[in-house]
Design a protein around this ligand. Structure first.
Ligand SMILES: [Zn+2]
Length: 545
């Protein structure tokens, strides 16, 4: 199986500051790929390119490097090849958004951008979910979006656990025909012991019934071929029946000829096959795939002339795969297929990866401040060292921004809104001045009041204050800065006041945006970051005068 072993190699010796994967020899160009006589090789090459592309999408991006197999290849004249293009289009919704192609002599490079979940809601790229569903009479593999929808539905409704069958609705008319009646007829059929040769069927194929008319020749192989997709589809779509030995064309019983020993062999193979299907469970209780297999005897006049293999597959508690989902990542310098558990968890993980960074705004101001005060950047870096996510908003004077008096001794103020800690108002002074503690507290108090009154912030919050000053000169130089005051050491709040989650952080920023907008002191960068997240209600607050 191609998925087990891979010839793909992580290239460590490269000029690119990227994860580079060497995929070996590949034929490129539509004409050349079409001419390939070895279909297996063509398929293998396709996998050797598309699987690493998925691995790179799922591992922060990188470069996929192939050695061009065909002589005199030119990307400009020959193109890539339709089968490869189809694979790429199957992985990403817009190829050009994620992939760039480049020929460098005998090398073909595919630059892969990191996967983004923004539009699709999917955390990872997948070549095939290998999760099947039943759509009326056809069995289809779910694409990644359908698979996510299916997993979420299963998780939310837990319908695989409803053991009590819903009572059938009362009938007021007798000529109503529904799918459920076909299922009931198939159930009756399944429970029979004997059938008559060429007996007419009372039901046809439907969401819950599939009919196959296989002859004895290669019967076992054909069953083994179709079993994964049918078991997966029925188990994921409310169960169903698979009958082998019925003619769909003539709607009658045909049966297949077999010895008693053949039947035992078929039954054992089916059991082995089903026990190997990968499953993903959401719950602690882990059920097995529930099914029953039986052989119905077919009689022509008085003599036994064959059998019908009848398989009843029940609705599964969680998800049944035909085989491991075809999705990849790079782990420990190796391209690896995700396990069912890894894939399921990544698919269902609701939180996008935290961007793990602190944003400084506005850029023009802090860059100017950092260049004038050499110690400031390092000081701030140390201060926010443990902050994973947050925004640091610089101002010449927060006090002025809030409509208070400015103080000439203040170099700048900066407000930190971050996760897991209350907002902190930092004040940086030109000279030692203990009196300015009151100034700082007044600013913080005003800020908090305005966040609630104007900004509409409704949660519990406190604003901490921290004052640093230059010891000798009027600029902040490293080793020359002193902490004058830290309110967190003396003003202790209940825990509920300091618990800032991602949500409260976002609410605080929105409230702050409204305050600054109303006071007319909003700067552009903060504007663009926040304004797109405002709700209608909050826009209402803005326009109120
Ligand atoms: Zn389960």
């Amino acid at each position: 199986m191609a998925s087990r072993k891979m010839t793909i190699r992580v290239v460590l010796d490269t000029n690119y500051a990227e994860l580079v994967l060497d995929v070996g020899k590949v034929t490129f160009g539509e004409k050349n790929r079409k001419k390939m006589k070895d279909c297996q090789l063509r398929k293998k090459q396709n996998e050797n390119v598309s699987q690493p592309v998925v691995a790179l999408l799922n591992s922060g991006g990188g470069v996929c490097r192939a050695e061009i197999e065909n002589e005199n290849y030119s990307y400009e004249k020959d193109g890539i090849g339709l089968d490869l293009e189809n694979s790429f289009a199957n992985i990403v919704s817009f190829v050009s958004k994620y992939l760039d192609f480049m020929q460098q002599g005998k090398c073909f490079l595919i630059f892969v951008k990191s996967w983004s979940s923004e539009t699709s809601g999917l955390r990872i790229a997948t070549l095939s979910s290998n999760l099947y569903k039943r759509d009326i009479t056809s069995v289809k593999v779910m694409n990644a979006t359908a698979a996510l929808e299916f997993l979420k539905d299963r998780l939310e409704t837990g319908e695989g656990f409803s053991l009590i069958p819903k009572s059938p609705p009362k009938r007021y008319r007798f000529d109503v025909q529904e799918e459920s009646s076909m299922k009931a007829l198939a159930a009756d059929f399944f429970n029979r012991m004997q059938l008559r040769y060429r007996e007419k069927l009372t039901f046809t194929e439907s969401t819950h019934v599939e009919i196959k008319d296989y002859s004895t020749d290669k019967l076992l192989q054909r069953i083994k071929d179709i079993l994964p997709q049918y078991v997966s589809a029925f188990a994921n779509t409310h169960g169903g029946y698979l009958f082998i030995g019925l003619s769909e064309k003539n709607q009658e019983v045909t049966g297949f000829k077999a010895e008693k020993s053949d039947l035992d062999k078929i039954e054992k193979e089916i059991e082995q096959c089903i026990s190997k299907f990968p499953v993903y469970h959401f719950y602690i209780e882990k059920k097995k795939i529930n099914y029953s297999c039986k052989f119905l005897e077919v009689y022509d006049e008085e003599s036994l002339c064959g059998y019908v293999c009848a398989l009843k597959i029940e609705l599964f508690c969680c998800a049944v795969f035909a085989k491991k989902p075809n999705s990849w990542h790079v782990k420990d310098n190796q391209v690896m297929q995700l396990t069912v558990e890894e894939w399921g968890q990544l698919m269902l993980d609701p939180e996008p990866m935290p961007s793990e960074k602190v944003t400084y705004v506005p850029e023009i101001l802090y860059e100017k401040l950092f260049s004038q005060h050499k110690g400031l950047a390092q000081l701030i870096h140390n201060e926010i060292g443990s902050v994973r996510q947050g925004t640091l908003i610089f101002s010449k004077s927060w006090s002025l921004d809030l409509g208070l008096q400015e103080n000439q001794k203040v170099i700048c103020d900066t407000l930190l809104i971050a996760q897991d800690r209350p907002p902190v108002l930092y004040t940086f002074l030109r000279e030692l001045n203990k009196e300015l503690k009151g100034y700082s507290i007044q600013t913080a108090l005003t800020l908090k009041k305005k966040l609630v009154k104007i900004g509409g912030y409704s949660g519990k919050v406190c604003v901490m204050t921290k004052i640093y000053s230059s010891e000798e000169s009027s600029t902040l130089i490293e080793g020359n800065i002193r902490l004058l005051h830290d309110s967190s050491l003396s003003a202790i709040y209940p825990k509920s006041y300091t618990l800032i989650t991602t949500q409260t952080m976002s609410d605080l920023k929105k409230a702050l945006f409204i305050v600054l907008k109303r006071l007319g002191t909003l700067n552009d960068q903060f504007d663009s970051e926040i304004s797109q997240h405002l709700s209608d209600n909050q826009y209402g607050l803005l326009s109120e005068e």
